[in-house]
Design a protein around this ligand. Structure first.
Ligand code: F6R
Length: 605
């Protein structure tokens, strides 16, 4: 949450910052601001509410000759969306931008008598004033004294008025990456802002102070000793973060799924079955556990629900899926025989990170499934399996979900093989069925006409229900999240059999019910539930496999996915559900890639 960028170098700081903020806007888009040293070496601040384009207009014909500055795009936490609350915040000699939450801001306000000084309602401005009180001309000494006073998470980029041309960066939990490039020194919350300038970067180690100038980046640890940054290479190119002819990132990312799946699965197959040796994962991790605990949030957690439905019957060990933000309060039963699977696209979701840390503290081994290389969860977990989806820019997760699923299927297969629930042949067949699901996704990518037709029906409704049983229920949860988060239509997923225990009271004439019935073992029962809603006037959108027999009058719209094994239908179904959400949102004329109130990468609790 909140996009951060800083630049010091020979090029126009304003241009680099504004371009970077446009790339980072998916992290937060309530307001944006920048601070640059002007040609008199004085700090100039510009801020505006709304999108980065408003800030661009505000900065037109200004700050043309600036070579050092910082910029921020905000997702509001403390205080509403106002110019005062937008970053940067200036306090005396200190001008800073902040990502994260300073939990003890109230106590600091009192301790440093800041009540009359504050012009915003933000914890970040409090931090700026505290740092200013500690500043006596030496940024390092001030930052060293400052950090132990803070509780919470932070990524700061700081300018000091009497230090033109210098940017200081420091972080705890909230991500910051940096690079010295041929165009100058850069620091940002995400790689996407650096990619146009470099393919090498480093993750700023926590509590390390970075000093950026036009000529170099120096890192200092808490004792003031200089340390060498550990550079990594970016594993995707800048095209991956562009729309490449698609009207929205979301549609592009939906279309990228078949390729992303191949990139994630194929390098991990040896003789047709999954092998994680190159990922450094020993088979003992899978053979020595007697329970699996999955922790994740949102879409990643729904991928975990699918995994549970696949793994538990196959492995015959308990698989528990917990919402990461609730996990700490559940007093979970864990020990060294519990394998914790941590699922996160960004690798920075703070609740997921905290859940992982709790699991580890209870002796559990942690295996993270992460898309962003070098992210905090990836670095802190015992083991990591990277998904190779490339950057996911649309706020609503699509390709990250399907690649997470593919890794979970690979884990299920390897575990079944290692634990002797699968023979070599069973494992190879399982993987073949997984691979067969990929062309079925491609087939569904071309079903736009039917999906647009059903989207045109959904837009006139304020409620939509998704129903399904067993795996189909797990898919429904993700379908309803996708629809509600971008189209703002209230959508609920219910296990089909549970409807008549209350929710069916809401079914009335014309209410859309999206029923998913792809699982052999529960097909007939789900169809009976569809009849129940149809009898009460529902507009039924039925999704089944190709050869399923259903009475023509049961469904108002019938979408058929290719005839693949029922354990793998999530892949084509995911495409259908994502396209339903996408086209409904387009028809409503809403911002598909940046829905209101949301931001990519939730780094606050
Ligand atoms: C929904 C969505 C979110 C994320 C959730 C976890 O489309 O994107 O629900 O899945 O915030 O994020 P990560 O996977 O980055 O931990």
């Amino acid at each position: 949450m909140c996009g951060i960028i800083g630049y010091a170098g020979p090029l126009s700081a304003k241009k680099i910052i504004l371009d970077g903020l446009a790339q980072l806007e998916y992290r937060g888009y309530d307001s944006a601001g920048l601070a640059c040293f002007d040609d008199n070496q004085t700090i100039q601040i510009k801020k505006s509410v709304g999108k980065v384009t408003s800030l661009q207009s505000l900065c037109a014909n200004r700050l043309e000759d600036s070579h050092c500055g910082i910029g921020h795009t905000r997702w509001a936490t403390h205080g509403g969306v106002t110019v005062e609350n937008a970053h940067p915040h200036q306090a005396g000699n200190v001008t800073l931008i902040h990502n994260g939450i300073i939990e003890n801001y109230h106590q600091l306000t009192q301790e440093f008598h800041l009540e009359d000084k504050l012009v915003s309602q933000t914890d970040s401005e409090v931090a700026a004033w505290v740092l200013n009180s500690l500043y006596e001309g030496d940024p390092f000494t001030a930052i060293q004294k400052f950090l132990p006073m803070l509780q919470g998470s932070y990524g700061f980029c700081i300018l000091f008025s009497d230090r033109p041309g210098e940017i200081y960066g420091v972080r705890n939990v909230s991500p910051l990456v940096a690079a010295y490039t041929p165009s100058g020194s850069m620091i940002a919350s995400d790689l996407t802002a650096l990619i146009p300038y470099t393919r090498s970067y480093f993750v700023l180690p926590e509590y390390t102070i970075a000093k950026l100038t036009a000529y170099q980046i120096c890192l200092y640890n808490h004792d003031g000793k200089q340390i060498t940054p550990e550079y990594s290479k970016v594993n995707w190119d800048s095209d991956a973060a562009m729309k490449n002819g698609f009207p929205h990132f979301m549609l592009k990312e939906i279309h990228e799924q078949p390729e992303a799946l191949k990139k994630t699965i194929l390098p991990r197959l040896v003789k047709g079955i999954p092998d994680f040796s190159d990922d450094g994962i020993p088979d003992t991790l899978f053979s020595e556990c007697d329970k699996i605990q999955i922790v994740a949030c949102g879409t990643a957690m729904y991928a975990g629900m699918v995994a549970k439905a696949i793994m538990e019957p196959l492995l015959r060990i308990p698989v528990t899926v917990s919402i990461a933000s609730e996990f700490r309060y559940e007093q979970p039963l864990m020990n060294e025989k519990t394998l914790t699977l941590v699922i996160s696209q960004s690798g920075e979701t703070i609740d997921t990170l905290a859940a992982m840390r709790l699991s580890a503290s209870m002796g559990s081994k942690t295996l993270a499934i992460v898309n962003v290389k070098g992210s905090t969860i990836a670095r802190e977990s015992d083991y990591v399996l990277y998904t190779h989806a490339g950057p996911e820019i649309a706020v609503a997760s699509t390709k990250a979900y399907s690649v997470q699923l593919s890794i979970l299927y690979l884990i299920a297969c390897r575990m079944a093989y290692v634990r002797k629930a699968f023979s070599l042949e069973d494992a190879a067949n399982f993987i073949q069925m997984l691979m067969d699901a990929i062309p079925s996704m491609e087939t569904m990518l071309h079903q736009t006409k039917t999906i647009q037709e059903l989207a045109s029906h959904l837009i006139s409704h304020s409620d939509v229900f998704f129903i399904g049983r067993n795996l189909d229920y797990a898919f429904s949860l993700e379908g309803s999240l996708k629809l509600k988060e971008i189209s703002y239509i209230h959508a609920e997923a219910y296990p089909a059999g549970e409807l008549k225990h209350g929710t069916i009271a809401l079914i009335e004439n014309g209410i859309p019910v999206i029923a998913i019935a792809t699982q052999d073992s529960v097909f007939a029962k789900t169809i009976s539930n569809v009849r129940e809603v149809k009898a009460r006037g529902a507009y039924v959108i039925l999704i089944t496999r190709e050869h399923a027999h259903v009475d023509a009058e049961l469904a108002d719209i019938h979408i058929k996915i290719p005839e693949i094994s029922d354990h793998f239908t999530v892949f084509p179904i995911a495409v259908v559900l994502q396209l339903i959400a996408y086209y409904t949102t387009c028809l409503k004329g809403l911002n598909v890639d940046q829905p209101r109130n949301l931001a990519k990468s939730v780094t606050v609790e």
